[in-house]
Design a protein around this ligand. Structure first.
Ligand code: FES
Length: 274
């Protein structure tokens, strides 16, 4: 029996989807995970990969890349460039290997979220390949960093970056938790500041910070909806003006507001008054 060519079968399997009978769409794709409504569902369904790949093709490509990674590592073992490096450059490479592995690992989590909560089957399928890719990027940098431990024990930082409380690792982790690049206009996100739950909202490019507890019954406001300037609590639908923090419905309520500034590098600073 002749094997079908990829083009002959991939159109049927790349966006497998299902109809649910025990749960509804909101339960499967909750707004706070899937961003349901931000892009119309029809647009999601029309999405198509610009580059299609099947699992056997993906594995074959990764095998080649793995061979290339081993070749680079072998070249590193023979090279004497490292010995001549300035101490500053050596420090930069330690941070690079550890820092890149952290950021790639953050990308694994993001892609896994897309693989589960993406609103198109082909998108979810592609995200599975994406997270495998990011996982490899994570291990490749720790793999190269490991090579230098025999020359300088401080390279063990590359391996420890995930667990250590070193300030560089903490700042890298926080970079992904709350920076302006991650908080798009019309978006909101929850962060913890000194143990306080804080809601950051971006209305027309201006960031505001409020307590993330609804003044009604303390529900997390980031679970609600931000539509233009109107912030709606998900629990009992109280509405607030996200620019002023004042209640719309009821109008005698108000959000607890915090001082907030954005640094030149996009870092958001929140003053919770302690
Ligand atoms: S807890 Fe927010 S409206 Fe009730």
């Amino acid at each position: 029996m002749a094997l079908l060519k990829r083009e002959e079968w991939q159109g049927f399997v790349r966006d497998v989807d299902w109809s649910y009978s025990y749960v509804d769409d909101e339960a499967v794709y909750p707004e706070w995970h899937s961003g349901t409504g931000k892009v119309p569902r029809e647009a999601w369904l029309a999405w198509e990969e610009s580059y299609k790949v099947s699992y056997p093709e993906y594995v074959a490509t990764q095998r080649e890349r793995e061979a290339a990674a081993y070749a680079v590592k072998a070249a590193l073992q023979r090279s004497s460039v490292w010995e001549g490096l300035d101490e500053g450059w050596k420090s930069a490479t330690k941070m690079h290997f550890g820092g890149v592995s952290l950021s790639e690992y953050a990308a694994v989590l993001a892609e896994l979220k897309m693989a589960r909560f993406g609103l198109n089957g082909a998108w979810r399928n592609m995200a599975v390949f994406g997270q495998l890719d990011e996982l490899r990027h994570t291990s490749i940098t720790t793999f190269f960093g490991h090579e230098f431990i025999s020359r300088d024990p401080q390279y063990d930082w590359t391996q420890k970056a995930f667990q250590t409380n070193d300030w560089v690792a903490i700042s890298l982790r926080n970079l992904f938790d709350a920076s302006l690049d991650e908080l798009w206009e019309g978006d909101m996100t929850a962060v913890m500041v000194d143990g306080e739950p804080v809601l950051l909202v971006n209305v027309d490019g201006t960031i505001r910070a409020y307590s993330n507890q609804c003044p009604h019954q303390a529900s997390a406001l980031d679970q609600g909806d931000l539509d233009g300037e109107t912030l709606t609590c998900a629990t009992h639908l109280w509405e607030f003006n996200a620019v002023t923090g004042l209640g719309i419905n009821p109008d005698d309520a108000a959000l607890r507001s915090y001082g907030c500034q954005v640094g030149d590098d996009g870092t958001i600073y929140v003053d919770i008054g302690r």
